[in-house]
Design a protein around this ligand. Structure first.
Ligand code: CP
Ligand code: NVA
Length: 315
């Protein structure tokens, strides 16, 4: 049984195949073809935090693929009154076919995966946001026609989005440079693993503390919020630490002439990105947002091994 808690749960070949499936599902979904890949499948959407894109994209993906989705806000479950995660997982595992979970602690997802008996997909934890990276890589591949050798500069907080992007970029042979202030570096284990991935692919993973150094010559400039969900108490300290790490037109000038700008959203104009850049010609943020639907669809098919089953049936 497969879960997708981290991008490290995929091999490089599997990640490339998920991207291919996402591209194919995009064509089929946009063409409004009737798809029955998830016929009879019920997806549980267990969310501890708010979400616009991830929630809506997974629910819509389930419906577009012929399945169903059930939204379970953890604040309305007995979890919020202290019922153990493992008891909740055992019960929901008996009702559902797959759980898509957005949680504060990554450990909660690990417990769901251990005790539910069904696949679990990470829809964002404090450690990673793997399905975001799948959609991001799909978007970069569409725009740049390739991933190998592309240089992605992530400017800002070494957070969940950054951790998954490090893993994903290094698994597909893209170079990644992260510019973040001291004290806000990415997870050390993930960084080490990404460096090993990159060595195997002949690409590079670099951490710098100067945004200009990261932006210079980059093909993609990527940023995310400076204050993630659950970090609100640190807001003032973070706003001070990230001053100078904004993606603005001056920083963009240092990037390659055909560079593109990405943000996983929600964005804070005037903080991590300026209004003119996010609304500008080089922004592919809205395509990136749309691609969350196809990344979600491909992630569901991956953990449910739907493609493999269908291929066997046809074969
Ligand atoms: N990018 C992203 O995960 O957005 P949501 O928080 O709206 O799901
Ligand atoms: N790093 C952000 C991503 C939001 C999609 C957060 O965790 O809040």
């Amino acid at each position: 049984m497969k879960s997708l808690l981290s991008l490290s749960d995929l091999s490089s070949a599997e990640l490339n195949s998920v991207l291919d499936v996402a591209g194919e599902l995009k064509r089929r979904i946009k063409g409004r073809q009737e798809i029955e890949d998830l016929e009879g499948v019920i997806v549980g959407m267990l969310f501890e935090k708010p979400s616009t894109r991830t929630r809506a994209s997974f629910e819509v993906a389930a419906l577009r693929l012929g399945g169903h989705a059930v939204y379970l806000a953890s604040s309305e479950l007995q979890l919020s009154r202290g019922e153990p995660v493992k008891d909740t997982a055992r019960i929901l595992g008996g009702y559902l076919d797959v759980i898509v979970g957005r949680v504060y602690s990554h450990h909660t997802l690990e417990q769901f995966a251990r005790h539910s008996g069904i696949p679990v997909i990470n829809a964002l934890s404090d450690l990673e946001h793997p399905t975001q990276t799948i959609s991001d890589l799909l978007t970069i591949r569409e725009v740049k026609r390739q991933l190998e050798g592309i240089t992605i500069a992530f400017i800002g907080d070494g957070n969940n989005v950054c951790n998954s992007l490090l893993l994903g970029a290094s698994m597909v042979g893209a170079n990644i440079v992260v510019a973040c202030p001291k004290g806000y570096h990415p997870n050390a284990e993930i960084l080490a693993r990404s460096k090993r991935n990159a060595e195997g692919k002949g690409s590079s993973v670099t951490i710098v503390e100067d945004p200009k150094e990261a932006a210079r010559g980059a093909d993609v400039l990527y940023t995310d919020v400076w204050v993630s969900m659950g970090e609100e108490a640190e807001k003032e300290r973070r706003l001070r630490a990230f001053r100078g790490f904004q993606i603005n037109s001056k920083l963009l000038e240092l990037a390659a002439h055909d560079a593109v700008v990405m943000h996983c959203l929600p964005a804070h104009r005037g903080l991590e990105i300026t209004d003119d850049v996010i609304e500008g010609k080089k922004s592919i943020v809205w395509e990136q947002g749309e691609n969350k639907l196809y990344g979600a669809a491909a992630s569901l098919e991956f953990v449910l091994e739907k493609r493999a089953q269908r291929t066997r049936r046809l074969g």
